[in-house]
Design a protein around this ligand. Structure first.
Ligand code: FE2
Length: 308
């Protein structure tokens, strides 16, 4: 178990569907990732006034503007941001939460929100619709561990995700109620809202949650407010029922920079065979080195030699 989280927090994730873990990332890690957010999105500040499109109590709506400053890793020159979703402690949390040794990172995005750039208020919903073509399992370890990571201080004025712990939402509605039309969604929101908890926390906090957890984005209202977040979604390795990002589809991104700095354990979470895997031969090592000249293949080469 990593010292960055406790067995009780893993139990809470399984029971409640989500748990806030403060100070998961160190101030140094936060500062490095913050600087990379500035490189990717510029150092824009939020507006003085929030944008409000939805009347209070309506539960908000989904707007394309909410997802405008959202992009997938890797980013050119952003070495801290590129690997933060593969931090060894995050991998350890996902392994413990999902109860398996091998996990796969199937989504990792940087997301900047600004006061006034959108009305970020959403109705309560579950995320499974764009993570699987089927439905969430009753066994939460067969679902996913989606981790919302905050890299700026998130107060109630900075758009913290709100959620309803599973034991409180279960008597109200099952996850599939998220599929309803606007009247049903509004009614669902009205019934869940009294049980909402906030994920507000200082920079470096994480909120791992499950795809069957009712949650919603909230608006940024703080004058000049900015929220920097990274989503890191893990599943059991080999579970083809869950997906989001097909990494090779984004092959034009600067993967060589990430490969040059990642460990074999981190790369395994992206589907790279581990040292010692029969995939690795002299030929595949040479081909991979040609593609990523700065990748240190020594562990892979050593394992191949040891097996010869
Ligand atoms: Fe969501």
């Amino acid at each position: 178990m990593s010292p960055r989280f406790t067995p009780e927090q893993i139990d809470a994730w399984r029971r409640d569907g989500g748990v806030l873990v403060e100070a998961f990332f160190t101030p140094e890690e936060v500062a490095a990732v913050q600087a990379d957010f500035g490189r990717v999105f510029g150092d824009a500040a939020g507006a003085d006034q929030p944008l409000v499109k939805t009347a209070d109590g309506q539960g908000g709506a989904f707007h394309a503007a909410q997802f405008r400053n959202l992009d997938s890793i890797p980013f050119d020159g952003c070495h801290a941001l590129n690997l933060i979703g593969l931090h060894p402690a995050l991998i350890a949390f996902a392994r413990a939460a999902l109860g398996v040794e091998e996990v796969y990172l199937y989504q990792c995005q940087a997301w900047a929100k600004y006061t006034g750039a959108a009305d970020y208020d959403q109705p309560f919903h579950c995320d499974y619709l764009n993570h699987t073509l089927v439905a969430p399992s009753e066994d939460t370890t067969r679902n996913t561990c989606t981790v919302m990571c905050y890299f700026s201080d998130v107060t109630e004025g900075h758009g913290p995700m709100h959620y309803v712990p599973r034991p409180l939402s279960e008597p109200i509605a099952p996850p599939e109620a998220t599929i309803g039309g606007p009247p049903e969604v509004a009614e669902l929101h009205r019934r869940l809202a009294p049980h909402a908890r906030s994920t507000a926390g200082p920079a470096g906090s994480i909120f791992p949650y499950s795809i069957d957890l009712y949650h919603r984005g909230t608006n940024l209202t703080a004058p000049g407010g900015v929220r920097y977040a990274v989503t890191a979604c893990f599943k059991r390795a080999g579970d083809d029922s869950i997906a989001f990002t097909a990494w090779p589809f984004h092959h034009m991104k600067p993967w060589g920079q990430l490969f040059a700095r990642a460990t074999a354990d981190q790369l395994a979470c992206l589907g790279v065979p581990r040292p010692g895997d029969p995939f690795w031969t002299e030929t595949t090592l040479a081909r991979a080195q040609r593609r990523y000249p700065d990748w240190d293949l020594a562990p892979y080469r050593a394992a191949l030699l040891a097996s010869a």
